[in-house]
Each structure stands twice: as structure tokens, then as C-alpha cells.
Design a protein around this ligand. Structure first.
Ligand SMILES: Cc1ncc(C[n+]2csc(CCOP(=O)(O)OP(=O)(O)O)c2C)c(N)n1
Length: 319
């Protein structure tokens, strides 16, 4: 696995000067991914914050080939490119090894693009799909998605006298993709760069499709100060709201276990979208959310291989 020194010496393939919000996790995630992938990569990207902020015509922040696809078909687009590449390679028209990465937000992945993603995974293309999960449709103004957590305040499930935020728990997308029996599935967070870059490296070398769901804190939608992005991501992991794990050929492996599991409230109290959970009358909602986090975490612990030491990242990632 590449060391920090090595990664830092590589060319940054997403340039500055894009229009993402100050403090947005998404662009730092993409930079980490591209540092691992290198220049020989083709990227597709669904409509959403990533595409809108990095490709304002006539400019682009991408220093690699980039295809904007519709909201619903980033995975289909990149799987088609991968197929064309295989054909051209077979004909001897292309010699170099090229990698293929599809990006989508949670709206474009959990919801509208799910069928095209499922098809691409099932057909077995050698491609990596990355969902940058900011837990709502952020580009169009914070509407709820099936990735939005229980009780979060959004514009389509607002907190008021009628409702108290989103009534449902979020969809377990990694489990859905795991059910496709592909070589590599992982859940990661941009705040844990060693873990994320190690996972991207493994995913890109998998012999078939791979998928990584990366938590991407959003300053505007989650409502926290711009300089707290990394910390908010870490708290999501340390409260076990967002466990870091990978599924290799169907076997679950936790890549990080917090040395001390923090209460969910430590994460929610830092975000405006959960303010009502910490006001009088919000205790019940917080308890319900905590119970669900505990249930999922216990299940994951029961089915997963664990790292040697709690609080430590995988050996290969910490070199
Ligand atoms: C089929 C379709 N429905 C709706 C839209 C409008 N639209 C464009 S981006 C977007 C939200 C994208 O949300 P997400 O995929 O979560 O990405 P984010 O903006 O959060 O990065 C919507 C609703 C569209 N372009 N196409």
C-alpha cells in the first residue's frame, strides 16, 4: 500500500479552483481516489454536486478523461466504456492498462442509479464504483434520499409540528451490493485516508467489479462549521454509525474498531440537522437511533473478522 509520502508526491488529478463548498469532503475523497488510481483512468460521474462543481462549462477540474452521465446511469456508462476498451485491447488497438471508475452521489446510487449499478455489478465488468454518500440530494437543496439517516432534518422531511425529520432508517447499500457476489465491497470515510486509499488500491486490483461507499460529510446539509469536516467524519466512525469494513469474496472484515465506542449523540449534537434530538422532547428519537446503530454494530461484530488492535487501522494501511 502506498505511504503518505508516496501519495503526496504524486500528481493531483483534481485541480483546485472548482466550485465545491468550503469544507466539502467530496473533493478530498476524489483526490485521494485519483492519487491511488493514477492518470490511466476513465471516470464517469452522475449528475450531482461532484459533476456540477467540477465541470462548469467551459472549465473542468479533472485531469483525467471524464464523462458526465445522467443521474441514473453512471455505472452503465462506465461499464460500456470498459467493454469498448476490452474489445479494442483484444483487437490490439490499445496496449496500456486502463482503470474505470464510476462516481455517484447517494441519490444517484442508492435511489435513481441503483438498477444500472446492479446491472453493471452483475455483468462482472472490471470497474470500481464509488458512492460519495452525503446522505441527501444536496446539489438540489437537501432533499431526503434513502441514505438519509433516521430523524435527520431535510427540506422534504422537515422538523416541525407535523414531522420530526426522516421517519425511516437508511438503506444498507453495502449489503445490497454484497449480495451481488462481487470480489470487493467496502465502506470507508474520507477522514481515514489510510483506510480509504488502501481500499481503493484493493478495489482497483480486484478481478471484477468493486464497490466502495464513502461517507462524505456536507457542511450545508448537515449544518456544521466548515473546519469540522474531518472530525465529523471521524465521529461517525467512532460512534459506529458508519463502520469501516470490507467484504472480500463475501467475507466481512472490520478494518477499524474504535478503542472506545462513543455514544451516537456525540456525532449528532455537532450537526444542525439533528438539533431537535438534543432539545427537550428529542430524547426518544436519539434513543431509537442509538438502538439501531447498536443493533447493526453488534451484527457486524458477529459476522466479521476484526483487526488485531482496537483503535488501529489495518496493518497494510498504516505503513
Ligand atoms: C432523473 C432525474 N431526476 C432528478 C434530477 C434533478 N437532480 C439533479 S442532481 C439531483 C440531486 C443529486 O443528489 P445526489 O445523487 O445525492 O448527489 P449530490 O447532489 O448530493 O452530490 C437531482 C434531484 C435529474 N437530473 N434527473
Amino acid at each position: 500500500m502506498a505511504s503518505l509520502k508516496e501519495l503526496a508526491s504524486r500528481e493531483d488529478l483534481l485541480s483546485g479552483g472548482h466550485r465545491a463548498c468550503a469544507g466539502c469532503a467530496m473533493t478530498s475523497i476524489v483526490r485521494q481516489v485519483l492519487l491511488v488510481a493514477g492518470k490511466n483512468v476513465v471516470v464517469s460521474c452522475a449528475t450531482g454536486c461532484l459533476e456540477v462543481t467540477t465541470t462548469i462549462f467551459p472549465y473542468t477540474a479533472w485531469r483525467v478523461p471524464f464523462i458526465h452521465s445522467a443521474f441514473e446511469n453512471s455505472a452503465a456508462t462506465i461499464s460500456g466504456v470498459e467493454t469498448a476498451y476490452r474489445s479494442l485491447r483484444k483487437q490490439g488497438k490499445i496496449k496500456e492498462d486502463t482503470k474505470f471508475i464510476g462516481f455517484g452521489g447517494d441519490g444517484g446510487t442508492y435511489d435513481i442509479g441503483l438498477q444500472s449499478l446492479s446491472g453493471a455489478m452483475e455483468r462482472g465488468h472490471k470497474m470500481l464504483y464509488i458512492c460519495y454518500d452525503n446522505e441527501a440530494y444536496m446539489n438540489t437543496g437537501n432533499q431526503r434520499s434513502s441514505a438519509t439517516p433516521f430523524a435527520a432534518d431535510t427540506t422534504t422531511c422537515p422538523v416541525g409540528c407535523v414531522g420530526k425529520g426522516k421517519p425511516q432508517f437508511q438503506k444498507d447499500l453495502a449489503a445490497i451490493i454484497t449480495a451481488h457476489n462481487i470480489p470487493y465491497v467496502a465502506q470507508a470515510c474520507g477522514s481515514f485516508w489510510k483506510d480509504l486509499t488502501a481500499k481503493v488500491e484493493k478495489a482497483l486490483s480486484a478481478n471484477g467489479p468493486s464497490f466502495i461507499n464513502v461517507l462524505s460529510p456536507c457542511v450545508l446539509g448537515w449544518k456544521y462549521p466548515t473546519d469540522e469536516t474531518i472530525e465529523i467524519g471521524k465521529l461517525a466512525v467512532d460512534t459506529c454509525f458508519w463502520p469501516l469494513y470490507e467484504v472480500v469474496e463475501g467475507n466481512y472484515r472490520l478494518t477499524y474498531v474504535p478503542s472506545q465506542k462513543k455514544p451516537l449523540g456525540e456525532w449528532t449534537k455537532r450537526q444542525g440537522r439533528f438539533r431537535h434530538l438534543h432539545e427537550p422532547g428529542g430524547e426518544g428519537l436519539l434513543e431509537k437511533a442509538q438502538r439501531e446503530v447498536d443493533r447493526k454494530w453488534e451484527h457486524l461484530l458477529a459476522i466479521s473478522e476484526k483487526p488485531a488492535k482496537p483503535g488501529k487501522q489495518p496493518k497494510e494501511a498504516s505503513q
